[in-house]
Ligand binder design. Structure first.
Ligand code: OSB
Ligand code: MG
Length: 386
């Protein structure tokens, strides 16, 4: 196969409710979508970068710029397969997608931008092969357990209302966003509401410092599954200190950039559970490597989310069907985010599949992009690079 063109589409998708974290508040998802056109068909990828460089250094405008100026030209220059066997982890059988990372390696960082391109190429290649993404990745289940990430609320009452709604909808795990001043009280109130056996975890998005280790260790009282990324991305040492000071497992998100940083963080005792977000790691192929190495080290992983539309969610759900994903992910139903999704909606199952999403089984991501919505919600004219 051969890459003919790379298109950038920017849309603003309204969220059903504002999403507040320790780093900011969002009311719309500013999505950057990449369509790759090849001589054997098209594919779509979603960039996970946020509107602002607050979660990480990357942001949508920067990602669009680096794709336009550097990544698309580098890939169009390579165009055809230049991968060697080792670029395709455990021979997924996607030589074109595996040739993307090596072709883009000349650019430092910008993993989210690179990941969006690789995802689009992967989708195109698997569609041409007639293979669903889950099957290609080595999925071991047809449905995945879903959790939900709950933003910081204005009052405890509002928080409890929101959590009660998600519990009723069937979500199998609740994750609360925390920050200094919004931690012990909301966590205690939610634990009281959902009962001692319900799965509950917290995510601080780097809002604390090592001075807060005693406070964070006192979260042990609430029987949490894990504490996600309390300290700065670079501060593995503080995470290792917290891990020694508390019973609750420490889980890294922002700090895990690839397989190297994952192994390093595990070996240093800074993380005993890993949040895998393919976009943050430069793509699904690197995410497979992180999954495989964590599995070999007996470290549980779960699939994170970045408020993706159906395009990114479809691929995340396929990944979450791998055997190492033993905890429910931030792969929620479309309705948790959007009144209307950019693809057919993802809906929680019923009966034995309550609280689960079905892994798509059509070729590639298995979903269809609603192009009329892309036009309706466009925040900029598409950019076509050929
Ligand atoms: O830290 O996991 C995070 C959303 C945007 C940026 C960072 C994070 C999140 C979430 C939401 O927690 C997960 C989701 O439901 O997509
Ligand atoms: Mg997180």
């Amino acid at each position: 196969p051969r890459i003919e063109a790379i298109e950038l589409h920017r849309v603003e998708v309204p969220l059903v409710r504002p999403f507040e974290t320790s780093f900011g508040r969002e009311t719309v998802r500013e999505a950057l979508l990449v369509r790759v056109r090849t001589d054997t068909g098209d594919g779509w990828g979603e960039c996970v970068a946020g509107r602002d460089p607050f979660y990480s250094a990357e942001y949508v405008g920067g990602a669009a710029s680096v794709i336009e100026r550097y990544l698309a030209p580098a890939l169009l220059d390579a165009r055809e397969i230049r991968a060697v066997a080792g670029d395709d982890p455990r021979s997924v059988g996607v030589p074109l997608a595996a040739s993307v990372a090596p072709a883009l390696a000349v650019v430092a960082g910008h993993r989210m931008a690179k990941g969006a391109i690789e995802a689009a190429v992967l989708d195109a290649e698997l569609r041409a092969q007639g293979r669903p993404m889950g099957e290609a990745f080595g999925a071991v289940r047809g449905w995945v357990d879903c959790g939900v990430s709950v933003g910081i609320a204005s009052t405890i009452e509002e928080l409890l209302d929101e959590v009660a709604g998600y519990a009723e909808a069937g979500y199998r795990r609740i994750k609360l966003k925390i920050k200094p001043g919004w931690d012990l009280v909301p966590v205690g109130a939610v634990r009281e509401l959902i009962g001692p056996d319900a799965l509950l975890q917290v995510d601080a998005n780097t809002a604390y410092t090592a001075d807060d280790i005693p406070l964070l260790a006192s979260l042990d009282a609430f029987g949490l599954l894990l504490i996600e990324q309390p300290f700065a991305e670079e501060d593995l040492a503080a995470h290792a200190r917290l891990a020694s000071a508390c019973e609750t497992p420490v889980c890294l998100d922002e700090s895990i950039l690839d397989v190297t940083t994952a192994v390093d963080a595990i070996e240093r005792g800074a993380t005993s559970v890993v949040n895998i977000k393919p976009g943050r790691m430069g793509g699904y192929l690197e995410a497979l490597r992180v999954h495989d190495v964590c599995r070999a080290l007996d470290v549980p992983v779960w699939c994170g989310g970045m408020l993706e539309t159906g395009i990114g969610r479809a691929a995340n759900v396929a990944l979450a069907a791998l055997p190492g994903f033993v905890l429910p992910g931030d792969t929620s139903a479309s309705s948790r985010y959007y009144a209307e999704d950019l693809t057919e909606p993802f809906e929680l199952g019923e009966g034995e599949h309550r609280g689960q999403l079905q892994v798509p089984d059509a070729p590639g991501t298995g979903v269809t992009v609603r192009e009329e919505l892309l036009r309706e919600w466009a925040s900029a004219a598409p950019i076509i690079l050929a």
